[in-house]
Design a protein around this ligand. Structure first.
Ligand code: ENP
Length: 266
């Protein structure tokens, strides 16, 4: 009946399994968590309710139980490059994006919704953002985003896609609407923006231009110390894994010896 895909099959097992994976393997520093209790709090936010009337605050108990601190200087906000962010953060080893925190990790890539007057999940279809903004998934990410932004500190990193249609910084989106307004200015030393184009993709946006300029101006007006770098090399090199022969991916210092012809013996 809804336009969106239905609840991910085996949602409960995936959620609880991810929770144990996180606390035992990925990031045991968060300490002991009761994964079944987390699941119950998550499920109670949206079951037996109108799937278009789920509010961020319905996830309050889940967030309270799943919460852990976000290490200073490790926060990474992003738009339009989810898979790149996944490899760059390296499962919280390098940076900790929201989906590398327990309260984002358990839900990443999943879909879920309930139904009014039933304690079952709807595996057939779930409402999209266009059908109603107060759906279970979007309200969840709003609550998680707000919490993540409020607890981010030190140097804040923002990874944007310079090839994204409509611009690298969506002026309406989770980062613009729920994260920037919830950053705690007194805990933040600096905001570092990286704008990285897709290799062989269009160069639609760069530091100081178009939507990135809008973002830089907004953050400066809020009083932040902001820097912006185009095609930040460590991120660019990750993209190069898939394009080893592209001109952007040739390391100039090592290219010469590699291109030298072998000394002939005759
Ligand atoms: P998209 O549209 O590129 O990607 C959405 C996908 O990322 C979905 O599979 C979603 O899981 C997962 N995801 C991981 N973290 C977030 C998230 N944090 N979020 C919404 N979806 C998330 O991403 P968006 O919608 O533009 O969101 C980017 C935002 O994430 C940025 O604000 C960034 O700073 C933030 P699912 O469960 O929906 O399948 C917040 C909102 O971290």
């Amino acid at each position: 009946k809804w336009k969106g895909e239905g609840t991910t099959q085996n949602l409960e097992s995936i959620f609880i399994g991810r929770c144990y994976d996180y606390i035992r393997i990925v990031n045991p520093a968060v300490g002991e968590k009761n994964c079944s209790e987390l699941w119950e709090a998550f499920r109670n936010a949206f079951i037996n309710k109108d799937p278009c009337n789920i509010l961020p605050k319905d996830y309050d108990l889940f967030i309270k139980l799943a919460f852990h601190t976000i290490p200073a200087n490790k926060s990474l906000f992003w738009e339009n490059n989810q898979l790149l962010v996944k490899s760059f953060t390296s499962g919280a080893r390098r940076y900790m994006s929201l989906s590398d925190a327990l309260f984002g990790f358990v839900a990443d890539f999943l879909i879920w919704c309930g139904q009014a007057n039933s304690t079952g999940l709807d595996y057939e279809s779930c409402p999209t953002m266009e059908e109603c903004e107060n759906n279970a998934v979007d309200s969840f990410w709003r609550m998680a985003s707000i919490t993540y932004a409020q607890h981010s500190s030190g140097v804040i990193h923002v990874l944007l896609n310079g090839s994204a249609e409509g611009g690298a910084y969506p002026v309406k989106g989770f980062f613009a609407d729920y994260e920037i307004p919830n950053l705690q200015k007194d805990k933040i030393s600096k905001i570092v923006i990286w704008v990285v184009d897709d290799i062989q993709g269009p160069d639609r946006d760069s530091c100081g231009k178009n939507t990135v300029k809008i973002l830089e101006d907004r953050l400066k007006a809020l009083g932040y110390d902001v820097t912006c770098t185009d095609n930040y090399k460590p991120v660019l090199f990750l993209l190069c894994v898939d394009y080893p022969d592209d001109s952007n991916c040739i390391l100039s210092s090592s290219a010469l010896p590699a291109q030298r012809r072998p000394i002939s013996s005759d």
